[in-house]
Design a protein around this ligand. Structure first.
Ligand code: NAP
Length: 316
């Protein structure tokens, strides 16, 4: 039987790295809240026939595309006919996009039909525990769930309101891990440190301030998302392995140093002011709870900034 991979979060930073690495391993189905890519890019307006572009039964009468149900082929064999969609963000052949929402459950059962392995990479700033619950409920017994979590999920205690406000993400990831581990499904969980892309996003946001408050003593070990994707694909092609060894970047650096490197690279000058926070989560982070036990590999933050041909939107 040809494996059928469901990739939640396949349109995200990590997911976009995963898709080409999985190409040829089986059918690939991406769950997204958005309409199919052809609809997003407007390609169908030039041909008038979106179904012909996708090779699958993606046509929907719902321009928002958010209801989901109609985007899933009734017969997974229809997937084999899927063609590269011009303007498809994956740029790959044979990737089927289905519309659904793990927060509401819309389209999730249909998206899960006949799936043999799920790479669960969908996440956001809130609601990830419920998303995991919705997903595992929809999967058939025996489906291998490969989940991406965060290094430190089990070491950063989120107790007080301050903990939650600043570092609630760690507790949510741990709770989502547990949903998967206790689902009765075979599972593999990989914890990763922060991706360079996220570090860049944060640096850009912070650089909008004339004076930047930086939590004192906070260090990160940013990692190349491509490296994380490669490890996830390896795990998805293997047997369920439970909680596996963390994946992390090669260098631990203070948040102030990461920011300074970004500011230097983009020719910006800002005053950085160290700020102490309260709470047990902050204390755990200061103690390195968000760092991997050993240095990883791949691009350093400097290397990432250097390899970015342009840092669009970054004003000197
Ligand atoms: N970024 C990091 O540094 C880091 C580190 C460790 C672990 N992780 C974990 O890795 C995962 C991926 O991170 P990322 O940086 O690639 O995220 P991202 O770029 O923000 O992408 C988020 C993805 O989640 C999907 N998604 C969000 N809410 C959804 C919902 N309700 N239903 C269906 N899909 C939904 C989005 O799909 P659509 O918008 O197309 O619907 C998108 O593909 C996250 O779970 C995150 O917790 C991230």
């Amino acid at each position: 039987m040809t494996p059928l991979f469901l990739i939640t979060g396949g349109t995200g930073t990590l997911g976009r790295h995963v898709l080409p690495l999985l190409e040829g391993a089986g059918h690939l189905r991406v769950l997204t809240r958005r309409p199919p890519p052809a609809a997003l890019t407007g390609v169908e307006t030039t041909t008038g026939d979106r179904a012909a572009l996708t090779g699958a039964k993606h046509v929907t009468g719902d321009p928002s595309g958010l209801t989901g149900a109609k985007h899933v082929p009734a017969d997974p064999s229809a997937l084999t006919g899927a063609k590269h969609v011009p303007g498809d963000p994956s740029g790959l052949a044979g990737v089927e996009y289905v519309t659904g929402d793990l927060a509401t459950g819309a389209g999730v059962e249909q998206a899960s039909r006949d799936v043999t392995t799920v790479l669960h990479l969908a996440g956001g700033s809130s609601g990830d525990v419920d998303k995991a619950r919705t997903l595992v409920r929809a999967l058939a017994p025996g489906t291998h769930v490969v989940f991406i979590s965060v290094v430190g999920a089990d070491r950063v205690p989120v107790v007080s309101r301050t903990d939650r406000a600043m570092f609630g993400y760690f507790a949510d990831q741990l709770a989502a891990e547990r949903v998967i581990a206790e689902s009765g499904l075979p599972w593999t969980t990989l914890r990763a440190t922060q991706f360079h892309d996220l570090t860049l996003l944060v640096a850009r946001q912070m650089a909008k301030l004339p004076v930047i408050p930086v939590p004192a003593g906070v260090r990160f070990q940013p990692v190349d998302a491509g490296l994380v994707a490669a490890r996830l694909v390896e795990l998805a092609l293997g047997a369920p392995a439970g909680l596996v060894e963390d994946v992390a970047g090669p260098r631990v650096e203070g948040m102030d140093a990461l920011l300074r490197a970004y500011l230097k690279k983009t020719g910006q000058r800002r005053l950085l002011v160290p700020m102490r926070l309260g709470g047990r989560a902050y204390a755990a982070i200061r103690a390195g709870g968000n760092l991997a036990a050993s240095p990883g590999t791949g691009l350093t933050w400097d290397g990432f900034l250097g390899s970015a041909t342009a840092l669009p939107g970054d004003k000197p």
